[in-house]
Ligand binder design. Structure first.
Ligand SMILES: Cc1cc2nc3c(=O)[nH]c(=O)nc-3n(C[C@H](O)[C@H](O)[C@H](O)COP(=O)(O)OP(=O)(O)OC[C@H]3O[C@@H](n4cnc5c(N)ncnc54)[C@H](O)[C@@H]3O)c2cc1C
Length: 342
């Protein structure tokens, strides 16, 4: 059986950034991704100025937005900066770019391999044709997203999960919009994130009080009020795990959504996945690496989770608190951009 320094399960931004960083340092890495095409993912593709915008080449940016239009049940206003607060990217293009970067420095990325079983530093994967491989490794990295098999293998539950629902509609839309209307979305939100030739319209719900079916119904109703008829259109929906309980477990590691690094407040997870993937790679290479960037992520996550907890109980309290929060952003007591970015 072939033995590798590191096996990474999952080829999203977490797994690819980890593979690239390890390979750059000369480690023997294999990444197994169950999909045939890297990058394809249900996502709004929003990236922030403090997060990913400054780390990706310009050609990947679909649209940039210096202005953010924010609506609650009782207020609406526009938040402006001199630079783009948020940009949009196409996840497939982002994934393909990250794949090229990792392969260029020697990472062995294998697509179409579904990891089915895990043992002690042993990975069993199967392809479409039913062919099975077994690989051994010194370190195992779970970068396999919100329903992570590696996390389950380690016996770590994930009870704090949000849900994101996305419709990618062809056409042009001028503004980037956030809708914090509690009647529709509880303490979550609805979004309109324009891309070059399409528009992402979706909703995020952060907890148990917003079941997926209800969120979808509310999203369709709200979208109609913004001029988008989504009934009957194809939606994409996925869980977003924000239940962080550690990332280092002996010779096993978790990054990105598998570790629960996404924000429970906004569902933002691309940048946290990339940052944690890189940091875990550095920690595998040098156990003394302090990984301060992970501590910063955790601090930000905790702030976001406090807000989710406070606003998540009763609908009237939630509405009052969301209106206060919106007012504070409007009056610039709270910096929307600083609060937002993970
Ligand atoms: C509707 C929606 C909208 C979102 N919008 C945004 C946004 O605008 N901005 C933002 O920052 N975040 C957004 N997110 C969150 C973001 O998509 C995730 O946080 C991010 O993709 C996490 O990256 P990751 O690498 O950890 O996991 P993923 O991107 O989920 O990658 C995991 C990979 O592992 C693979 N995999 C899983 N199991 C196995 C297995 N057993 N064997 C092999 N491969 C496996 C999967 O195929 C997948 O490619 C959104 C999420 C949703 C659902």
């Amino acid at each position: 059986m072939k033995k590798h320094d590191v096996i990474i399960v999952g080829g999203g931004p977490g797994g690819l950034s980890c593979a690239k960083t390890l390979s750059l340092a000369g480690a023997k890495v294999v990444l197994l991704e169950r999909k045939k095409t890297v990058g394809v993912k249900v996502c709004a593709g929003g990236i922030t100025w403090d997060g990913l915008i400054q780390k990706v080449p310009e050609k990947l940016i679909e649209r940039t937005f210096n202005e953010q239009y924010i609506f609650s049940g009782y207020q609406s206003f526009c938040f402006r900066k001199k630079y783009p607060v948020i940009a949009t990217v196409d996840r497939r293009n982002l994934g393909q770019w990250m794949l090229d970067e990792a392969v260029e420095v020697g990472a062995d990325i294998r697509t179409g391999w579904h990891v089915k079983e895990l043992g002690n530093n042993l990975v069993t994967a199967t392809d479409d044709m039913g062919k099975t491989i077994q690989l051994g490794c010194d370190h195992l990295v779970g970068a396999d997203g919100s329903s992570s098999l590696v996390r389950r293998f380690l016996g770590i539950p994930a009870t704090l999960t949000g849900i994101g629902i996305n419709y990618q509609v062809p056409g042009h839309y001028e503004h980037m919009e956030w809708h914090l209307n509690t009647d529709y979305f509880g303490n979550g939100y609805g979004w309109i994130f324009p891309h070059r030739q399409s528009v992402s319209i979706g909703a995020y719900g952060s907890g148990k009080n917003m079941p997926p079916k209800l969120l979808k119904k509310q999203l369709i109703q709200w979208a109609l009020s913004r001029g988008f008829a989504l009934e009957g259109e194809q939606a994409g929906a996925e869980l977003i795990n924000y239940d962080y309980r550690g990332y280092h477990f002996g010779t096993s590691w978790l990054v990105g959504d598998a570790a629960g690094f996404a924000s429970g407040l906004t569902g933002e997870g691309i940048h946290p996945a990339l940052v944690s993937g890189e940091a875990v790679a550095k920690k595998i290479l040098d156990p003394a690496y302090p990984a301060d960037e992970i501590n910063r992520l955790i601090n930000k996550k905790r702030q976001h989770e406090r807000l989710v907890r406070i606003t998540g109980h009763y609908s009237t309290v939630c509405t009052v608190l969301m209106e206060i929060l919106t007012l504070m952003i409007r009056l610039k007591v709270v910096d929307f951009q600083k609060q937002l970015s993970m």
